[in-house]
Design a protein around this ligand. Structure first.
Ligand code: WTA
Length: 635
């Protein structure tokens, strides 16, 4: 029996039990049998608990692009590796074979080298969902440069802070991007960001929308002429197992975004293993994940996991509603997609449309459908399961995080039974624990607590870039020798897990993690604003949306609330990006506070959700009268 591909429930339990008895042996067998190593490891895993330092496969040498590309060339050279579906239905899809991918990655790697990029240097990638994005990641990995992809919906300020935090010396971007019927001036955003980034020496620009854009002499260059001249041969740089592969920023509940650092070997093994099992990928399948490569889902399950398995992976440039709300279903029919992986927010939006939009497309190629990014509510689960999966393609609700690098809790299709809203069972090698309020582990079933993971797994982020202390504090200080996820979960009577949502001040809006503190910081920059508090409230499509309570400075001047609302959302758009705009804004004289001066967010959350009868005891507040006036004026 190969540990690598689980086919039924009995096998799952067998493999799972084995993996828990001896996790290092479990992962070692997988690593040995399924990947190309230039040198084997000296130790499978080390874990310095006091320092929160973990290594996997230390001593091993490899290059992840050899595993994702070169080793498939003989058997699958002419198979499509990346299938690009453009924004416009008038533009033909592009099939990039493994051979072509190999050539294009090598060319881009050679261009990066020629621009002075060396092993260990950071390269920022700010691109739309076009093939050059995946190629840029792989080109960095080819030469050992560390990529830091910034989602192309982030603002120039957010981009600049990420570039500066990891000292990127080169940026790859495009003249612009297509998004449905709109175009976005990406290069303009980069130019604005770079006025505050001294570390960047070069900007390479992909031509996508063919607009006239300013190019700064000495700094900016069109990439295509350089690629055309570059050699298609580029020997992979041999990397150590624990060399960083990439940095990816995620929001924390406080402070600036955290640059999560993922390393090479463990990430490769874990992302590939989970891809194979969670999607039950077989030769000739056509797999499609609708995420953006700007997020971890795209890194692990559009690029690395699928390519390490020699899969055909679709990259979609557009949006689900363009040219109409049937676009997803049309693409599934057009390319005979076998595995489809998307987010609950997209499902909720599309479920609002007429079923004709679905039913006019042939979805019979589908074998597995998946969900990721936030809890999927029961109604959305049923709609997705019944109308897209047709009750025959198992729906895998996959729980994981930027920090975990790979899927942690998920059904294995055709093995694990699926239940609405349950991520079900941990994948082999993963040991979840639920913790009670007294830092005790909740044993047995029918319990609910904070979700932790007990033993290291290969794709866990190793640190926060330049801030190991914050890494330790955020993930390893709440519970002894356990990784704390920041999520709550329950385990039902048969041991299945259901994720109940964040237990910290991170709010997930349309699947995007947003910390409350950075949004409040942006708002508080407004000269008329004294204080603000952001909470999430339930939203039909976004899952959660943002509610801002704002108190104004007492300057004696009266200002139009309507104008202020516009200015607040403008500030947020500039500092973070449009995804963090507030749906509701309430102006209030003051915010409810404890006697020690802390804002009582719990009460503000209840009010925003309309649960006025569940505020609990408010008599101990410093200013209980404020609560009544907030309720009276609730938006
Ligand atoms: C949430 C995305 C419920 C969770 C891969 C987690 C989920 C955060 C699920 C990480 C799911 C992700 N069910 N909640 N299936 N998947 N989450 O870092 O709160 O963008 O902590 O990684 O999303 O979001 P991130």
């Amino acid at each position: 029996m190969s540990n690598y591909h689980i086919k039924n429930l009995e096998e799952y339990f067998q493999v799972y039990r084995k993996s828990v008895r001896n996790p290092t042996h479990f992962w070692e067998e997988i690593a040995e049998e399924n990947f190309l190593w230039r040198k084997s490891w000296d130790s499978v895993m080390t874990w310095d608990k006091a320092k929160s330092k973990v290594t996997w496969f230390e001593g091993a040498q490899l290059n992840i692009t050899e595993n994702c590309i070169d080793r498939h060339l003989i058997s699958k050279g002419n198979q499509t590796a990346i299938l690009f579906e453009p924004n416009s239905t008038d533009e033909p899809a592009q099939h990039i074979t493994y051979h072509q991918l190999h050539e294009r990655v090598n060319q881009m790697a050679n261009v990066l080298k020629a621009k002075g990029v060396q092993k260990g240097d950071r390269v920022c990638i700010y691109l739309p969902m076009i093939p050059e994005l995946a190629i840029a990641l792989l080109a960095c990995a080819r030469i050992g440069a560390i990529h830091s992809v910034v989602f192309a919906g982030f603002s120039s300020t957010a981009l600049a802070s990420r570039i500066n935090d990891s000292d990127c010396k080169l940026v790859i971007t495009s003249d612009g991007s297509y998004r449905g019927s709109k175009t976005i001036d990406l290069k303009g955003i980069v130019d604005e960001a770079l006025s505050n980034c001294a570390c960047v020496e070069k900007v390479l620009v992909v031509k996508r929308i063919h607009t006239e854009i300013p190019m700064q002499a000495g700094r900016d260059e069109w990439i295509q002429p350089l690629l055309d001249e570059a050699s298609m041969v580029c020997a992979p740089t041999i990397m150590e197992a624990e060399d960083p592969l990439f940095i990816l920023y995620t929001s924390g509940s406080t402070g600036k975004p955290k640059g999560m650092v993922h390393t090479t070997a463990g990430y490769m093994v874990n992302s590939a293993y989970t891809f194979k099992n969670v999607f039950q990928y077989r030769n000739n399948d056509v797999y499609w994940c609708t995420a953006d490569i700007g997020w971890i889902t795209g890194h692990s399950y559009i690029v690395y996991g699928p390519l390490a398995n020699g899969a055909t992976t679709i990259m979609f440039e557009g949006v689900p509603t363009y040219p109409d709300c049937g676009r997803f279903w049309e693409i599934i029919a057009k390319h005979k997609v076998t595995q489809f992986y998307t987010a609950p927010t997209a499902i909720r939006a599309l479920a609002k449309e007429s079923l004709d939009m679905v039913n006019k497309h042939d979805l019979s190629s589908l074998k597995v459908i998946g969900s990721v990014g936030e809890p999927i509510n029961e109604e959305a689960w049923h709609w997705y399961n019944d109308n897209i999966g047709k009750g025959k393609s198992p729906l895998v609700d996959t729980w994981w995080q930027t920090e975990t690098g790979a899927i942690m809790i998920s059904p294995i299709p055709f093995a694990t039974p699926t239940i609405p809203t349950y991520a079900t069972l941990p994948l082999p090698g993963i040991q979840p624990a639920l913790m009670g309020d007294n830092e005790d582990e909740l044993i047995g079933n029918q319990v609910e607590g904070k979700l932790c993971i007990k033993h290291p797994w290969p794709s866990m982020a190793r640190t926060i870039w330049n801030n190991h202390k914050r890494y330790q504090e955020t993930y390893f200080s709440a519970y002894k020798d356990m990784y704390f996820t920041g999520d709550g979960a329950l385990r039902n009577s048969v041991g299945f897990y259901r994720i109940t949502g964040r237990v910290d001040d991170v709010i997930i809006v349309s699947g995007h993690n947003l910390g409350t503190a950075p949004i409040e910081d942006a708002i508080n920059e407004h000269p008329a604003i004294a204080e603000s508090a952001i909470v999430g409230f339930p939203h039909d499509i976004k899952g959660s949306a943002l509610y801002g309570y704002i108190s104004l400075k007492n300057t004696g001047e009266s200002r139009s609330h309507e104008n202020l609302k516009i200015e607040i959302n403008q500030l947020i758009t500039e500092r973070i990006g449009p995804i963090a705009k507030l749906d509701k804004i309430q102006f209030t004289e003051a915010l409810p506070k404890t006697r020690s001066g802390k804002i009582m967010r719990r009460i503000l959350r209840k009010i925003a959700a309309g649960e006025f009868d569940q505020l609990g005891d408010i008599s101990t507040l410093l200013n209980p009268e404020v609560v009544k006036s907030i309720i009276k004026n609730v938006v």
